[in-house]
Each structure stands twice: as structure tokens, then as C-alpha cells.
Design a protein around this ligand. Structure first.
Ligand code: SF4
Ligand code: SF4
Length: 217
């Protein structure tokens, strides 16, 4: 997003609409810090600007992933799903992504107000990949990896900032304890928040537990 300075009257009305504090006022100038902006489109869609000065610039790769992971209206090419591009394992009763004896895990990194850089998503992905997890192919975050076996991401994406990103994978149920310890350890190395969804199919019952770990530095 950018501000057309020829139209902007620096009223500051848009500042509070940004979920990641990327709109800043310095002296008489209001501007968007493009490194911080996650391209969620919220400021423009709020229609708060009296001068229509908020303008969506054309996004090019790799910046396009900011919009994909942050703007609820952006549709992922891989899944044709808007939002963060995945239906998530929480809907396993509909999608049937994993079966009895397997545990579905979703690690939802970032939040409005915090966001996440993709290098932190990679750190977590590489940690859990040590247990030979199978990342969900329908999730566009998986397609951002250069190697889904190791959890390594494409180099050019690592510094991109997004509102949130979800890692999804399945593990055999007997690996659950080991996996939780891995996640607990890597949580100390990242600079954002995440919530952890653990999904288990038990007979006729589908259970979904969500834990929140918040590590901020
Ligand atoms: S597009 Fe989103 S992140 Fe960027 S300035 Fe607007 S509200 Fe903030
Ligand atoms: S609301 Fe519009 S005019 Fe006011 S500071 Fe933001 S961009 Fe400028």
C-alpha cells in the first residue's frame, strides 16, 4: 500500500486502522513503512481516508506473498481459497485430510498487531521437519518451501512480512510427545506469537485442541 502524497492532507485518520502499525506520522508527513506493511488492504478498505489517498501499488513477487497471507480477499492460486489460502485441518470432518492413528498439527504464526517474518516460519518448519512430517500440499505455505522435506523456504521469501502463516502437517500419533518438545524448543528462537492446533480423529469423535504459546522479544 502507498499514500499518494499529492492527495494526502496528513489528517492521520488512517493510522489506527493499520493492524501492524506500518502507517507513521513524522512531522507533517504521513507515510507507509513498506518494510513493515503486510499488504492486508485494511486501511484502504476501511474508507477512512477523506482524500482517497491510499493507493494499492502493483505487487510483484516476492512481495505478493504478503497479500496472499494477509489480505482476506486474496485468493491462493494453489488452493483457490481466499484468506490464508487453506481450509485448515480444523475442517477435517469435511476434508478428511488425515485418518485414524494420525494427528494433524497446525502452527498458526503471527497475529494482527504482531505479524511474522517468513524466516521465523522457516525456523519452525525446519525444526518439525526433523521428524519427517508431511506438510499439507493444499496449503500455499508449503509451496513456498524450496524443500518440503527439510522445511527450507525459498531464499527470496525469508524477509517477507505477513500478518500470519499456518504450517500444517500430519504425524503418526506416537510421535506427538516428541513433536511437542520440538515445538517447545523452537518457540524460544522466534520473534512472534503462535497458536498450536492439535487435531485427532478418535472413532466417531473429532477433537481439536488449541494451545497458545506467546513468545515476544
Ligand atoms: S495495507 Fe495493511 S499493513 Fe499495509 S499500511 Fe494498510 S493496513 Fe497497514
Ligand atoms: S487518511 Fe488519507 S489524508 Fe489522512 S493521513 Fe491517511 S492517507 Fe493522508
Amino acid at each position: 500500500m502507498q499514500i499518494n502524497q499529492e492527495l494526502c492532507v496528513a489528517c492521520g485518520m488512517c493510522i489506527s486502522r493499520c493492524p501492524v502499525a506500518a502507517i507513521k506520522k513524522e512531522d507533517t508527513l504521513v507515510h507507509i513503512d513498506l518494510d513493515e506493511c503486510v499488504e492486508c488492504g485494511v486501511c484502504k478498505r476501511s474508507r477512512v481516508c477523506p482524500k482517497s489517498a491510499l493507493e494499492q501499488q502493483e505487487l510483484t513477487y516476492p512481495r505478493t506473498i504478503r497479500s496472499l497471507m494477509s489480505d482476506v480477499l486474496t485468493v491462493a492460486v494453489e488452493s483457490q481459497i481466499s484468506g490464508r489460502g487453506t481450509e485448515e485441518m480444523k475442517t477435517n470432518e469435511v476434508t478428511g485430510r488425515f485418518k485414524d492413528g494420525w494427528v494433524g498439527i497446525a502452527i498458526e504464526m503471527g497475529r494482527p498487531g504482531v505479524a511474522t517474518r517468513m524466516y521465523d516460519v522457516e525456523k519452525v518448519a525446519m525444526a518439525v521437519a526433523k521428524e519427517n512430517v508431511e506438510f499439507e500440499k493444499q496449503n500455499p505455505v508449503t509451496s513456498m518451501m524450496s524443500n518440503p522435506q527439510t522445511g527450507m523456504f525459498k531464499e527470496e521469501l525469508l524477509n517477507e512480512r505477513v500478518l500470519s502463516a499456518i504450517l500444517e502437517f500430519v504425524i503418526p500419533i506416537e510421535k506427538t510427545d516428541v513433536m511437542l518438545r520440538l515445538i517447545q524448543d523452537v518457540a524460544k528462537e522466534i520473534h512472534t506469537v503462535f497458536s498450536l492446533d492439535i487435531m485427532l480423529v478418535t472413532g466417531f469423535c473429532f477433537s481439536n485442541s488449541t494451545f497458545s504459546f506467546r513468545f515476544l522479544r
